[in-house]
Write a protein that binds this ligand. Sequence first.
Ligand code: NIG
Ligand code: FE
Length: 414
Amino acid sequence: MLTLYSNIKQLVQIEDNHEQKIHVKGNDMKYLPLLNDAWLLIEDDCIKDFGAMSEFPEHLTSDQTIDCEGQYILPTWCDSHTHLVFSHSREHEFVDRIQGLSYEQIAQKGGGILNSANRMHDISEDALFDLSLQRLHQVISMGTGAIEIKSGYGLNTAGELKMLRVIKRLKEQNLIPIKASFLAAHTYPIAYRENHEGYLKLIIEEMLPQVCDEGLADYMDVFCEKGFFNVDETDRLLTAAGRYGLKPKIHANQLYNSGGVQIGVKHQAISVDHLETMDDAEVACLQQSDTIPTLLPGAAFFLAMHYQPARKLIDANLPVALATDYNPGSCPSGNMNFILSLACTQMRMTPEEAINAATLNGAAAMEYQHQLGSIRRGKRANFIITKPMSSLAYLPYAFGESMIDKVIINGKRC
Ligand code: NIG
Ligand code: FE
């Protein structure tokens, strides 16, 4: 089946070179390769060809043609950090925070991640799957075309396996590409508050072998943070995961300068995520690595914390990625469009930088750069068609308003 999209106002984030890009970094993030007045040809679920309308090939035929007058086409968002599998919302904590409690104080009272863990134990796998599938459909409708999802609300073997099995079932729906991260080290469960060694052993000796035996995880995640998992504990967990071939993608430097960036880089993490709290040493460490700094401004927004230093990281020639952190505690939204607006307004990223961070660099933060993240011949036909707009900058500018007309996944409208 050949589908032609014609008269596209701008075809954005194209890749035309023989050599494939792995990500975009530093100054290069300011540029978005694009074609004005373009056509795009899709064969089944793949990008077959594209070009300028002025050079439209005479003999090109298609089964259907869709006119995109005034509209922009760009790759779908690659959301490389989410906790989309959870059982209940936590708006009571949101109200507690409005009334003065901090995220950490709520966690110390047994709220936060522990609250979600309690609810996780009461819900059946089927009910959890149904809720998660609904959320997945919702984020796809907002333009997300690939996603990473973490466990981390189980905090015991049965709960973690339940979450990871749900993620596996979501993968099997074949909606969009999904990567799973194993995050048993999200917080110490109550039973192990005074026995950290016992919980580390449980993760390393009981959970990891089962998770890997069932092929349930692509990555290992640890919340490396003061009051959660320290650097030595993170080191042990990442070393153990490495023996099973699980690469790290970790939570680092959210609340404090935790040493998370350095330990992630030591273990060749695919990405280190959050990064609200960064010094020159962390930046220098990332410069010596292939690890992608992933910023989650939705969490900073929702917790009313300071934003991540995007400019500092881009100016240090790093390949910054953006993701939602969709979770019931610190960012109850999986809307990547809003994340782009926050990146521009709060972190002073340009619209071009934000789009690079949310497409190619997000794909790289899930090792999907060879199939997603740009409009390239042979890549998967996952793209967004916007409503007619005056310019591309209108997309992050018009925050709160959906500028998406259609989302195309595997060549089909969804
Ligand atoms: O990325 N910081 C750790 N984990 C999540 C929040 C989880 C929660 O509050 O439920 C985050 O912000
Ligand atoms: Fe997170």
